[in-house]
Design a protein around this ligand. Structure first.
Ligand SMILES: [Zn+2]
Length: 457
C-alpha cells in the first residue's frame, strides 16, 4: 500500500532536506520520553514500593501490562537521580543535564496515601473537558503529585549539578495545570502533551486547553510543546490552521522554550497550509497566521486567491464537522492517530469533494499561462483525487463495518494502488504513512496489509 522501496528512500531524503531548510533540529541533546517502561521487570522484585499501588497490589494490574510509578516514593526519586548520574560516559562530577522523569504511557494510578497526600483539589470544571470514553475518564486529577515530585527530584539532582533539569510530561490525568500554586522554576521542563483534544474544538475547549498551558506557565517551569495534533487527519483535507496558530502563538509568547511535535505525516497536497504554518510559526512565532498563509498561497501565482478559497472551504468543512468527527470515530471504534481510514468515507463522503473540485477548476483557469503555478495547482488536484480514492476504498474495506471484505472493495483498492504507483514520486502524500493507517483500518489481503513503519520524525 505504501511507497516502493526506492521511492521510500528518495522520499525520506527529500523530507530530510525539507526539514533542514526549515531549520528543524536541536542544539542541546535531550533524552526524555516514557522513562520507566522496563522497570517492573528490572526492579519490581526488589522494590515493589516504587510502583503503583492499585487495588491493594503493587505493579502492573495484569502480567506485562503497563504501570505507573509510586512517584511520591523517596527511594524511587533517589534511584532516578542515581541512574541519571551514572548515565552515559559523562564523569560523575559532570553528569548530563536532563533528568528523565517522564511517567510511562498510562494515567498516574497510584492509590497509596503518600501519593494522594500530594494531590491538589480537582478544578471545578475539569470533568466537563474530559471525553467520556477516554482513558482518564474515571481517573483522579493528579497533576500536583507529579509537579511536586518533579520538584523534589530536581532538588536531589541539584546537589550534584546545580544546572540539573528534570523533564516531565503534562499528560493523561496530570495534563491539567496544578491547583496548589506550586512554583517549579525553570529547571523543570514540562512537555505539554494533551492526550486527546484534537482539532477542531469548541470555543470552550480551545479556551480550556490554552488555560492549561497558562496554568503550567504560572508555575515558572520551562514549557515544551509536545503535542500529537499532527498525527490526525490521515491524507484527508483536514485543515485546522486557525485553532492551531491561535494555540501555538499564545504558548510561544508565554514560557515556551521549545517544541517537539510527534510527527510529520507528510500529506503535502491536502494539508499544505497546516504543514506550512507548523514550520514557519517556529521560525516566526510573532507573524500572524494570515500573513504566513498568504506567503504559502503566493506560491500559486495568479491562482493564489483561488487556492486560498479552496483551503478556506476545507477549513470551514473541518470546523463545522466537529460533532460528526466525534460521533463517527466513536461509532466505528476508530482512532484519530492510528485508524483514521476506518472513518474517512463518512467524514469525507463522495459528495463532499464536488465543491472543492470546482474551486480547483477555477484555480486551473487562473493559473493558465503560468507553468509553475499550473503544476502546483495540479499537485493539489492529485492530492484531492488521491483522498477521494481513499474515501471510496474506505467505504468498502473499513473494519468499522462487519460487511467489509477484500472482495467487496477489490476494485476500489485496485484503483487506489494504480493511482499510487503512477504518482508516487509526486510526493503528494507520504504513502507509507497512509499504508500504516490503512493497515489498522481496512480489511486487506495479507500482503497488502504488511506495511513499513513510516518512522515519523
Ligand atoms: Zn504511591
Amino acid at each position: 500500500m505504501g511507497f516502493t522501496a526506492a521511492a521510500a528512500e528518495e522520499y525520506m531524503s527529500a523530507q530530510a532536506a525539507f526539514l533542514r531548510r526549515n531549520r528543524m533540529g536541536r542544539r542541546i541533546p535531550a533524552n526524555y520520553g516514557h522513562a520507566f517502561v522496563n522497570w517492573w521487570q528490572q526492579y519490581g522484585g526488589e522494590h515493589p514500593e516504587w510502583f503503583q499501588l492499585v487495588n491493594g497490589k503493587r505493579g502492573p494490574s495484569r502480567p506485562w501490562g503497563r504501570f505507573s510509578m509510586c512517584i511520591s516514593n523517596p527511594g524511587l526519586r533517589e534511584e532516578i537521580v542515581s541512574q541519571w548520574r551514572q548515565h552515559g560516559s559523562a564523569p560523575l562530577e559532570h553528569p548530563p543535564i536532563f533528568v528523565n522523569a517522564v511517567e510511562n504511557d498510562i494515567p498516574g494510578q497510584c492509590e497509596c496515601d503518600a501519593c494522594k497526600a500530594l494531590d491538589g483539589p480537582e478544578p471545578p470544571n475539569y470533568r466537563e473537558f474530559i471525553p467520556s470514553k477516554s482513558k482518564i475518564a474515571g481517573k483522579p486529577f493528579v497533576s500536583d503529585r507529579y509537579a511536586r515530585s518533579w520538584q523534589a527530584i530536581q532538588q536531589i539532582a541539584a546537589k550534584y549539578n546545580s544546572n540539573a533539569v528534570v523533564v516531565g510530561y503534562a499528560y493523561m490525568n496530570y495534563f491539567a495545570a496544578p491547583t496548589t500554586g506550586i512554583k517549579l522554576g525553570s529547571n523543570v521542563i514540562i512537555g505539554f502533551c494533551p492526550s486527546s483534544w484534537f482539532y477542531p474544538r469548541s470555543h470552550e475547549e480551545q479556551g480550556w486547553i490554552k488555560d492549561q498551558w497558562q496554568g503550567w506557565a504560572e508555575t515558572d517551569a520551562s514549557l515544551l510543546m509536545r503535542t500529537n495534533y499532527f498525527l490526525d487527519g490521515y491524507c484527508m483535507p483536514h485543515i485546522f490552521t486557525g485553532q492551531f496558530s491561535d494555540e501555538f502563538q499564545k504558548a510561544s509568547s508565554n514560557g515556551m522554550i521549545g517544541t517537539d511535535f510527534d510527527s510529520l505525516t507528510g500529506h503535502w497536497a491536502t494539508q499544505g497550509p497546516n504543514i506550512y504554518l507548523l514550520m514557519r510559526l517556529q521560525i516566526h512565532p510573532d507573524v500572524s497566521a494570515s500573513s504566513i498563509l498568504s506567503e504559502y498561497y503566493s506560491a500559486f501565482g495568479p491562482a493564489a486567491d483561488d487556492v486560498k478559497k479552496y483551503f478556506d472551504f476545507w477549513e470551514a468543512y473541518t470546523s463545522n464537522g466537529r460533532s460528526r468527527l466525534h460521533d463517527t470515530f466513536e461509532a466505528l471504534g476508530a482512532s484519530r492517530w492510528r485508524s483514521w481510514a476506518k472513518a474517512a468515507h463518512v467524514i469525507y463522503p463522495e459528495e463532499s469533494f464536488a465543491p472543492a473540485e470546482a474551486l480547483l477548476d477555477s484555480a486551473v483557469s487562473s493559473a493558465k499561462g503560468d507553468q509553475e503555478a499550473s503544476m502546483r495547482v495540479n499537485f493539489l488536484q492529485l492530492g484531492l483525487q488521491h483522498a477521494k480514492l481513499c474515501s471510496q476504498a474506505a467505504s468498502k474495506l473499513t473494519l468499522g463495518d462487519p460487511e467489509s471484505s477484500y472482495e467487496r472493495g477489490g476494485a476500489e483498492l485496485q484503483a487506489l494502488l494504480e493511482f499510487r504507483r503512477t504518482h508516487e514520486r509526486m510526493w503528494i502524500s507520504n504513502l507509507n504513512h497512509c499504508a500504516w493507517v490503512e493497515s489498522s483500518s481496512w480489511t486487506l489481503p495479507g500482503a497488502a496489509a504488511q506495511s513499513q513503519d513510516p518512522g515519523p520524525e
